[in-house]
Design a protein around this ligand. Structure first.
Ligand code: NAP
Length: 307
């Protein structure tokens, strides 16, 4: 990254305490490491906000749907990363942040979206409530006239393999997902954070652009199970489960219905071949090759292994 040290204002990073993809947390670290000041937005004080302070970030508390919080967060900044957890309030939060960003006059607004939006239009949608909110949020940002840069990653390795499949790999050496023989190209959230950092470091050439980010390869779950076996040194098998069994389990575990609706639609789109996609946007932006599943599994080996 070629840090423009002339940019003396803090960069606002929302969702900075997250731990699903944790783009905000990774991004905060990368930007601070490159010499930028970072204002990290969190919802509450806890160990995660303390960690962000220890890293050197200025921590602000607030809710993305709240006007007063957003004035406190945005005033004095001019570059913003906007991302938050999947939720029914996503569109409200996007428009709230955009309205305040317009008021304060920012020079770059990096919007985290999803790759499926590339396949959506005024006449084409999906069954996912979250995809629809992202599509509408992108529409509203275009109308806003803000200097927007749109990031559309495919599914994250962290949510796919760590959140959704690690328990089965640990307990029964099975990669249990309802994805049939579909192919998919999951990307590491760390790679996504690096792409966002490059843009925030020098936003001008990226304004108005859309980046579709995919992982190292597009492959089916049997191949990924083989890669898990090689990386962990024990045999991992893919078990395709009926979608309804999988979603019932998620609901039983207390996963919010908005998220279950999104995951259900994603699984169906996988089976239709809609996640079998590859781009070189990550390499063109960052000069980095995406993290491979082998390297990802090695990095998280402990989380895939029983104590
Ligand atoms: N996961 C995937 O596979 C995937 C793939 C492609 C794109 N994306 C996109 O990536 C984004 C999610 O990024 P991520 O995985 O880095 O998120 P994450 O780790 O889940 O972190 C999201 C953060 O947003 C915060 N948040 C939620 N609602 C908020 C509110 N109303 N006000 C303030 N903060 C709020 C959460 O706070 P608390 O910690 O307090 O809850 C959390 O820290 C979404 O736009 C999603 O569509 C995800």
């Amino acid at each position: 990254m070629t840090t423009k040290l002339t940019h003396s204002k803090p960069i606002l990073v929302t969702g900075a305490a997250g731990d699903i993809g944790a783009i905000g947390r990774h991004l905060t670290k990368i930007l601070l490491g490159a010499g930028h000041k970072v204002r990290a937005l969190v919802r509450r004080e806890d160990d995660r906000s303390e960690d962000l302070r220890r890293l050197g970030a200025e921590v602000v508390l607030g809710d993305l749907t709240d006007l007063a919080s957003m004035h406190r967060a945005i005033e004095g900044t001019s570059r913003i990363y906007f991302g938050m957890s999947l939720s029914a309030a996503y569109l409200e939060a996007t428009v709230n942040v955009a309205a305040v960003a317009r008021y304060h006059g920012v020079e770059a607004f990096v919007n985290m979206s999803q790759m499926t939006v590339t396949q959506m239009s005024i006449t084409e949608t999906t069954d996912s409530p979250q995809h629809k909110l992202h599509w509408l949020a992108e529409q509203a940002l275009t109308w806003s006239g803000l200097p927007v840069i749109t990031i559309r990653p495919t599914v994250f390795l962290e949510s796919f393999f760590l959140r959704l499949a690690a328990a089965g790999i640990r307990s029964s050496d099975e990669l249990i997902l309802p994805l049939g023989d579909s192919k998919t190209s999951p990307i590491s959230a760390i790679d996504v954070a690096h792409a966002v950092a490059v843009i925030l470091d020098d936003p001008a050439p990226h304004i108005g652009r859309i980046y579709n980010l995919t992982g190292y390869e597009s492959a089916d779950l049997n191949r990924y199970a083989n890669i898990f076996s090689q990386a962990l040194g024990r045999t991992i098998r893919y078990r395709d489960v009926p979608l309804s069994v999988w979603t019932d389990k998620l609901l039983e575990l207390g996963v919010p219905s908005h998220l279950v609706g999104h995951l259900t639609a994603m699984a169906k789109l996988h089976v239709e071949g809609r996640y079998d996609r590859m781009t070189d946007d990550l390499f063109r932006l960052t000069g980095r090759k995406p993290m491979s599943v082998y390297d990802f599994v090695k990095l998280h080996a402990a989380e895939f292994t029983q104590d």
